[in-house]
Design a protein around this ligand. Sequence first.
Ligand SMILES: Cc1ncc(C[n+]2csc(CCOP(=O)(O)OP(=O)(O)O)c2C)c(N)n1
Length: 714
Amino acid sequence: MASPPSRSSSSVSSVRKTATRRARPQSSVDWRRVAYHTLVSRALDDVEEETNRNRAKVPKEHLVLYQFSARGHDMAQAVLGSLLNHRHDAASAYYRSRPLLLAMGLPIDDALGSPLGRAGGFSDGRDIGVVCNLPNRGGPIVLPMSGDVGSQYTPAAGWAQSILYHRDVLRDDAYDGAIAVVLGGEGSVATNGFWSSLTMATTLQLPMLFYIEDNGLGISVRGDMQTPGGNIARNLASFGNLIVHDGDGTDPEETARLLSDAVARVREGHGPALVRLTVPRLSSHSGPDNQRGYRTDAEIEQDARRDPLPKLKAHLVPAMVSQDEWRQIETEVSRDVEAGLSAARARPAPDPAGVKRFVFAETDAPAQIGGLSRREIDALGGTGTPLQAGEPLRLAEAVRRTLAHELRVNPKVLVFGEDVGRKGGVHLVTEGLQREFGDRRVFDTSLSEEGIIGRSVGMAIAGLMPVAEIQFRKYADPAHEQLNNCGTLRWRTANRFAAPIVVRMPGGFGKDVGDPWHSLSGEVQWAHAYGWQVAYPSNAADAVGLLRSAMRGQNPTVFFEHRSLLMTSDGSAPYPGDEYVIPFGRGTTLREGTDLTLVTWGAMVHRVLSAADRFPGRVEVIDLRSIAPWDRARVLDSVRKTGRCLVVHEDNVTAGFGAEIAATVAKEAFWHLDAPVDRLAVEDVPMPYHPVLLNAVLPDENRVAARIESLLSA
Ligand SMILES: Cc1ncc(C[n+]2csc(CCOP(=O)(O)OP(=O)(O)O)c2C)c(N)n1
């Protein structure tokens, strides 16, 4: 069986809710343009497939390692691309979306050069060529794609929410009528990202179009494994707040009618729409796939008969385009593709000297799109000098005041997360902010961490400064895909895009209480991941400075709020002021000492200080404040003076961040050491619930003091 049962029932057309509405007249699709882009896309697939087929005879540098054909998906995408004509439209797409990008202005030499890994293009040779992006300043853009199926959805919802924010809160009329479009195969409707973004789009009535290209196969798996009965449109017919269309993506007239109608309705403010069009997959899934074992010749043949290209030609010639004009378009396509191919093959290989650039922002080289501009950041300013005699306040209050001030001075700041709005967060850190700043700027989200982070990414690309709360550190688990993709976004687009977001994460043990869910620390995860700054303040003043630094910066930041410090005197400190900023990577020396350097951060700082005070003048205590980047120079200078080093942290000892510090010290300060570098941390057990158990695993004052003692006598 070539296709899931429902695919042949081509046009349920407008499903239930829209069936009653009068069909809009067919839009004025520019068919000449559609024909041109469909033919270009075909020609590009031909070139790549042909080259790869003849791999024995062609130069190695002409081969495309990750070759994905869009053959069969092309015509409908060309129609969709022709409808995205608002300068603030954005599409979020996937590896089979090249026809859409061509229709949105992707130059042919980029389209061919990037799959060859050449210099320039989407990623300057860093990413596979089907994982594209399109900055298009002043025109519709394509958000940076990712390799993970389903991850394209939630950033698109973030862009859609940003359209409303720009229009209604920042009062920028230029956003009126703009939409976000997301493309996915029928396999992707089984992913968390699809459902998360569908929830966002429908609950918030976002201007967002879901376009599902149903070719009946996810590599080899049939569509009825992805959604019951194999038809997501039918299954969503009763979903609230969603316009649903279903049809045949090989039929030009039906494709244009359904897509035009959906685009128009979303632009007019009727909320989100989903269009599912069936299309044939006319090639294998990707270059290396030979379809053996899951598709018979008869099935392949059956799909070949559904090729949209002959149908497009039959639709246009002679009714709208003469035979001569069609030939003329074909000639133009051959000429342009040939020129594009020569230009692509003439591109040099990327320069290896630059491969380490753009993991983080570079001051003088802003990304083309995403984050606050240099001018906005400079206008916000900031000072490294704290207020004299600021009144003491708790860490939770410090974060709240910082968020409030930044919301006041920067209209692009948004604060959100689960329970963050009406309640003020389960830790009450955002209490009162929604009352003061309104529910467009401070709001509750649906319960999807992938949604919270993916949405933030879309918002940051749209130039906003999203500050998301993950309710507890452990609950970042469902967001890891989005967090990881956010961290690599600048690098993999070679600085074309950036998504500087701030993620507040309360975690760590509570006051006399722990458990495996609410007490995880695990900060090393983001020190290990690419592209993240990681702040782990031990007190209110540092929290103010680091949070403000992140919110006025250009890199994504994980900001830890330790549960045992939020509302306790341990975490309290004098308020350092509304403009106080601490740069990342600058630790602080809390005690001077001659015989041992003790490096720590977060809640452990307070236990360590009490222990160090048992050895007056001997233990130098450094609070790192941020672990990515970390203050290597301060630690190394200190160890070269004291000759001993102990790292204390709450995260697991194995592969915890202490291992990184120990390795660095062992190498860089080896000749100054009088004792082995040591680590004291939780010994690889989850946080237990009963205080007796909790206290058995956490480093405490006595254990720290004992370890200091043994190192001093070594
Ligand atoms: C999260 C994730 N899981 C698995 C894969 C491997 N993979 C790549 S494409 C694909 C099938 C996707 O099918 P569909 O969404 O229907 O798109 P199509 O290729 O048919 O256009 C899979 C499983 C992946 N890229 N990402």
